[in-house]
Design a protein around this ligand. Sequence first.
Ligand code: 5AD
Ligand code: SF4
Length: 496
Amino acid sequence: MSLNKEVMNRQEIEKKLEKIDITLPPPEAEPDRQYYFIKKLRVWVEEKKKELGRPLTANITTFGCQMNARDSEKILGIMQMIGYEESDSDEADFILYNTCTVRENANLKVYGRLGQLKKAKSKNPNMVIALCGCMMQEESVVDKIKKSYRNVDIIFGTHNIFKLAELLSIKLLDRPESKKMIIDIWEGTTEIVEDLPNERKYTFKGGVNIMFGCNNFCSYCIVPYVRGRERSREPEDIIAEIECMVQDGVIEVMLLGQNVNSYGKNLKNPITFAQLLERIEQIDGLERIRFMTSHPKDLSDELIAVMGKSKKICKQMHLPLQSGSSRLLKIMNRHYTKEDYLLLVEKIRKAVPDIALTTDIIVGFPGETEEDFEETLDVVSKVQYDSAFTFIYSKRTGTPAAQMENQVPEDVVKDRFDRLLKLVQDISTEKTKKGIGSVEEVLVEEMNQQDDSLVTGRTSQNYVVHFPGDASLIGKIVPVRLEESKGFYYMGKMEA
Ligand code: 5AD
Ligand code: SF4
């Protein structure tokens, strides 16, 4: 694992820490204010380690999407800078759940885990329990935690992750004996705090936030309410971060945003996502570029043209369909029709013929009829997705769809879901078979989990491939012949 900075490197952070003096910088002086707390906590951690005769540990669990995964890298970076070691123990000194609330079952998982923690906390009295992420942006959730999960120490939301050191400092240094929960949730922000530490999971690939929030208000979706309005990072900051990552050995980046296709619109000097990609493409040493998520309504011809001529953009696109019925798409507030979507796919395939397309589909949206559902099956058959994430509609309080009365009965939804899943799986299996015999460039990511004579990597199309190899290949792109398909992945052999 490597410690990358969003823009600065480790030496620069240490220099910054040295310069921070004993006066607390004001809230508008971020990130210096956080470095002040990091510095104070470092002293405390060293003393605590001596007292306990062991290292202090932090266990961070991430629920949900790639945005949350990226936020957790930032959280881990801050904790390590303070002096904690990463751990997967349920009795760690710092336990954090970075939560998701996009569907109800994501919430239920967190409550289940919190219940289990009660026992663990009695075993480790030093334990600090923290919660953050999308679920915490909901008032009803925080109320429930305040009432039923008194063992939680710190709660913060999606807008102020950068404040972790400050909140931990209140808990550990200012009021160690207090049982009062520290709750700091912001309704929104226009601020993007750059230059904090973060610990990336891989040394050779990584996610880069290009924007935060979402302005689309699809009628079923809670994201705009919990992640706030769309804010794009400055292109210079994004480029500087990627250059810094490349210097540290990264060859593949995943550009992250809820709707990357509308990147740059709210910048002082607006630029398009396609223009950003062209600039990123120029970075020497960077070999692969991925991005997600694309909203069909904002996917421009300019972007398709850039993808068509790019040498670095991977042949993969995640293009959420949600429903194949134009009638439902309208009620979902998606701003495209079935025909628009199919035309878009045609244009993309013309520019990048072997592109792998993946999607998200919701089954059982209020008022979905059998005819609507058949339109969805029809799009799936026509597009022939490489894979699709299928979801049962989940009612999210506060969204317009939650007010809709014509909810689809559970048994009907279940039946449609099974039919859709079968179609999606049959298509993926057939598509994977077609790849057999071809030689693909594979970025090797890790040793195979089950068989240590094999390594595991991904093709440009994002297919997983297992093939004989050793640890020296990790982080390299090598040619691999795809020999056998196993549903969604391949077994292969490296070409000489
Ligand atoms: N119910 C079911 N699925 C949902 N998604 C978003 N909101 C809901 C909901 N209320 C799905 C969408 C989105 C993906 C990340 O989650 O398909 O693209
Ligand atoms: Fe939710 Fe729609 Fe925004 Fe995606 S684009 S996060 S589905 S509101």
